[in-house]
Design a protein around this ligand. Structure first.
Ligand code: ZN
Length: 180
């Protein structure tokens, strides 16, 4: 099964990575501000590895699998996978709990991200080209609701025009300076 072979390869690659100083800075932010919510399009699980707990993972997580029959999501950390394709206890196939192209995002995760964006005082948009929806529009939601929006990215993006502060550089370098 080609899809799982590819994901198995990605999981093996990711398992050799460690969180960078940007990930650990975000985890510190959560400790300082209990209201903080991390909204991410990353699926690599490195934010959790760095210690973040409150995460809205818009595109899912490569370490989670979902039963195609029951829809139940569980964690699977096997590297490499013992069996390809992996199977649920019920006998049905498991699929990566990842949002694939053309699939709808999880409604609860979107609602949670939208609500946090609408109610926040400060939004930091880091390490994204801000072209993928709905993540790109969350900055606009925050801005319209009166939040102070900070963008951290090496290049300008579609949201650069309206943010309150634009910090040009890598999130792994700037976030630790912002959240020491
Ligand atoms: Zn099942």
């Amino acid at each position: 099964m080609l899809v799982w072979e590819w994901y198995d390869w990605r999981r093996r690659t990711i398992s050799s990575l460690s969180p960078n100083p940007g990930h650990t800075a975000v985890a510190r932010m959560e400790k300082i501000h209990p209201e903080f919510l991390l909204i991410t399009q990353n699926v690599d699980g490195l934010h959790s590895a760095a210690g973040s707990k409150k995460i809205a993972e818009l595109h899912g997580n490569i370490w989670h699998v979902r039963c195609v029959a029951e829809g139940v999501v569980t964690e699977n950390r096997e590297v490499p996978l013992a069996e390809i394709p992996p199977k649920c206890k019920c006998g049905a196939l498991l699929r990566p709990h990842i949002v694939w192209f053309g699939e709808a995002l999880d409604a609860d995760t979107v609602r949670r991200s939208w609500s946090a964006s609408k109610n926040c005082e400060v939004m930091i948009v880091a390490g994204t080209s801000s072209v993928v929806q709905p993540a790109a529009s969350l900055a606009e939601v925050a801005k319209s609701a009166g939040a102070f929006v900070v963008e951290i990215n090496p290049e300008e993006t579609p949201i650069s025009d309206f943010v309150d502060a634009g910090l040009r550089g890598k999130s792994g370098e700037i976030l630790p300076l912002l959240i020491p």
